[in-house]
Design a protein around this ligand. Structure first.
Ligand SMILES: Cc1cc2nc3c(=O)[nH]c(=O)nc-3n(C[C@H](O)[C@H](O)[C@H](O)COP(=O)(O)OP(=O)(O)OC[C@H]3O[C@@H](n4cnc5c(N)ncnc54)[C@H](O)[C@@H]3O)c2cc1C
Length: 401
């Protein structure tokens, strides 16, 4: 392993959920890890709840929590989903965990709670190196065996130079590192925003509900026995109007969508927030001694609740590659070609396939016209009557990552 003062096995850039997971898991492997993120202060207090965003965490990613000893705490703070009800006009497709390989379909967790859990665990790692700042320059060492990073510290406004065998870029959809590395990327703008809000709810718990209507998709994710989180993707202009008009307008709009019976059982409990929606693809997920992860590497429409999950599975795959290499090699090099190639083989096709699939579903449900609508309604009703097909869908969803 690396022992020189400003030299690291792995440097992670970013402070979101994927970056913190990387720090925890790579540190567990006994590697010398540096986390570079804007505004990181390990003595700061956890952030109070506030951002009304909830994630559906796939069973495939639970291993990541187990590896860093956070499984029990995650299970306590998350809500199990046993059934998923999908609606499109007259049609309804009900999927249940009984049909799949796991006890539950997914676990719902609040963004802030999860971030705080990871932040607290990361901050308590004595041997984890951190710099609060951002990457300002990148070059390879003359022998090509390390990356040299120039880091602009937040507080001191000074530049530090560090060397790392592997650079993990996890600085989000607008990644600055991607830019300085010269990695080309493409964006498909859906011209939509997701409107998010939390509700008190007396609807049956443990059921996630999702409505498709033309180019709108709305989901209710249960966050506890008596609360849920709404995520409603809609045209930019409609979302803007909803935010301007406020909560009573939202309830009126919702009644058209979910009907008055269901509406009478929920009560808004937060301010609305919104986020723009797009699909980002990059030309290179991996470059010499560099890996892109999380939203820096890929974003998807939130209709399948997979965005974060894809990033977490990237990390699980990488950690498994490290494990294999560490058990084989005495002189472990986190950025060596064989690790990066195996990782790329495992992730490139899958990532592209998931992005294409989600985009196709999005386009498929947006297609107007009576015949398209009839096809969707008939198709969903037909699926709902076949346990065999439903079992296939649940198993496919559980193994998609
Ligand atoms: C509305 C909505 C709903 C979603 N729902 C789901 C869901 O149900 N399930 C799911 O799996 N996913 C979901 N996602 C996707 C999920 O939110 C993202 O995939 C995930 O948060 C990405 O994390 P990230 O760390 O890659 O990016 P970000 O969360 O954007 O974090 C980037 C981090 O990098 C730091 N940073 C930025 N620039 C620099 C720099 N130059 N130097 C150092 N640090 C820097 C930032 O401070 C930040 O901490 C949803 C997304 C949206 C928009």
């Amino acid at each position: 392993m690396n022992s020189r003062h400003n030299s690291y096995d792995i440097t992670i850039v970013g402070g979101g959920i994927p970056a913190l997971f990387c720090a925890l898991n790579f540190n567990k492997l006994g590697l010398k890890v540096l986390l570079v993120t804007k505004g990181f202060d390990r003595n700061s207090r956890p952030v109070p709840r506030g951002k009304s965003i909830s994630y559906a965490i796939s069973p495939s990613n639970i291993g990541l929590f187990t590896r860093c000893g956070l499984r029990e705490q995650f299970f306590k703070m998350s809500e199990d989903v046993f059934e998923m009800h999908l609606f499109e006009d007259e049609a309804c497709l009900k999927l249940s965990s009984d049909l799949g390989p796991n006890d539950y379909l997914t676990k719902i967790v609040d963004h802030t709670n999860l971030h705080n859990l990871l932040f607290t665990a990361t901050s308590s790692l004595q041997d984890l190196h951190t710099i609060s700042g951002k990457v300002a320059g990148f070059a390879y060492s003359p022998d090509g065996k390390q990356c040299n990073l120039k880091i602009l510290r937040d507080s001191e406004k000074e530049i530090s130079t560090i060397n790392t065998n592997l650079l993990v870029v996890a600085d989000g959809a607008n990644s600055f590192c991607r830019h300085i590395l010269g990695i080309s990327w493409g964006i498909k703008n859906y011209c939509q925003r997701a409107v998010l809000a939390n509700f008190k709810s007396s609807l049956s718990p443990s059921i996630a509900r999702q409505w498709f209507r033309r180019d709108e998709v709305m989901a209710f994710l249960p966050t506890s026995k008596n609360s849920l989180s709404m995520i409603w993707s809609q045209r930019d202009c409609d979302a803007q109007k909803l935010l301007e008009e406020g909560n009573s307008f939202l309830m009126k709009k919702l009644s058209n969508f979910i009907g008055t019976t269901m509406l009478s059982r929920i009560e808004i409990d937060s301010k609305m927030i919104s986020a723009p929606l797009s699909m980002i693809t990059v030309d290179e997920l991996v470059k010499k001694r560099v890996i892109l992860l999380g939203d820096a590497a890929h974003t998807v429409h939130p209709l399948a609740g997979l965005g974060l999950n894809i990033g977490l599975f990237d990390i699980l795959t990488l950690v498994n590659e490290f494990d294999k290499a560490i058990s084989k090699n005495r002189k472990f090099d986190a950025g060596c070609k064989s690790i990066l190639s195996s990782y790329l083989r495992a992730r490139l096709f899958k990532t592209r396939a998931i992005q294409t699939l989600i985009d196709t579903i999005k386009v498929g449900f947006s297609t107007g016209g009576n015949s398209a609508k009839l096809f969707r309604t008939r198709g969903m009703n037909l699926l709902d009557r076949s346990d065999l097909l439903k079992r296939y869908i649940v198993r496919f969803a559980a193994s998609i990552l």
